[in-house]
Design a protein around this ligand. Structure first.
Ligand SMILES: *Cc1c(COP(=O)(O)O)cnc(C)c1O
Length: 230
């Protein structure tokens, strides 16, 4: 099942990118394996997938040693500051940096561990109460702080768009994130690049790709539905 699903997602990604004149190699497909067993991760791995997303530190640390070492694990879920230490060095990119305190903690712990860490700022574009992330207005003042970090490098922005029935409804959300990333890039802040735009999930990754996503995070579309509440 994973193989067929992946084939479908892969062709949709290729078709969408071709239609907007973008290259496949400019986009990373992250297979979101949260709640799914290692056997399914292995299936996707055997199909050539190397980027996997998890939203819980414990689950990622549990799966990681059971699977091949060339997997790139992406942390995509809310990260508590007391878990930062255990995840550093295990993840290629932290997508979900959502508070200044978390930025500070990651830089501090990374310095102690002598590691260089890459992360994205999560933006709550629509201001949904239930979502984590900086408001768009908070981003620009934050830049002053980010350039002081020595071990945390901010490489882009991430958002989780609202759950909608028609994915077109999320186009303005993706456009806004893309524009924010351009605005920040123009400011040329030390230690901050805007190379990565992590947006688009199973329901709306085509729209996100049309609006410039460089990372899409697809769970259900690859591994099937998750249990309710997970
Ligand atoms: C679960 C999750 C996804 C994947 O969602 P699907 O709708 O199953 O594709 C993407 N991003 C984040 C942050 C998630 O928590």
């Amino acid at each position: 099942m994973v193989r067929e699903n992946l084939n479908q997602v892969e062709s949709a990604v290729r078709e969408t990118l071709e239609n907007c004149g973008r290259k496949r190699e400019d986009v990373t497909l992250i297979a979101v394996s949260k709640t799914k067993p290692v056997e399914m991760v292995r299936e996707a791995y055997d199909c050539g997938i190397r980027d996997f997303g998890e939203n819980k530190v414990k689950e990622m640390l549990n799966k990681e040693p059971q699977l091949p070492g060339d997997i790139r694990w992406h942390m995509i879920g809310h990260l508590q500051t007391n878990k930062v230490k255990s995840v550093l060095g295990k993840t290629v990119l932290i997508h979900s940096i959502d508070t200044l305190k978390l930025c500070d903690t990651i830089d501090f712990e990374a310095r102690k561990a002598k590691l260089n860490v890459r992360g994205l700022l999560e933006v709550n574009v629509t201001g949904e109460e239930t979502k984590f992330g900086f408001s768009p207005e908070e981003l620009i003042p934050l830049l002053e702080r980010l350039k002081q970090y020595r071990n945390l490098k901010i490489c882009g922005l991430m958002t989780v768009a609202p759950n909608v029935t028609d994915p077109e409804e999320n186009r303005p959300v993706f456009q806004r994130l893309s524009q924010l990333s351009i605005d920040i890039k123009c400011k040329k802040v030390d230690n901050v690049t805007m190379d990565i735009l992590s947006m688009g999930m199973t329901g709306d990754y085509r729209i996100a790709l049309q609006e410039g996503a460089t990372c899409i995070r697809v769970g259900t579309g690859i591994f099937g539905a998750r249990e309710i509440g997970e």
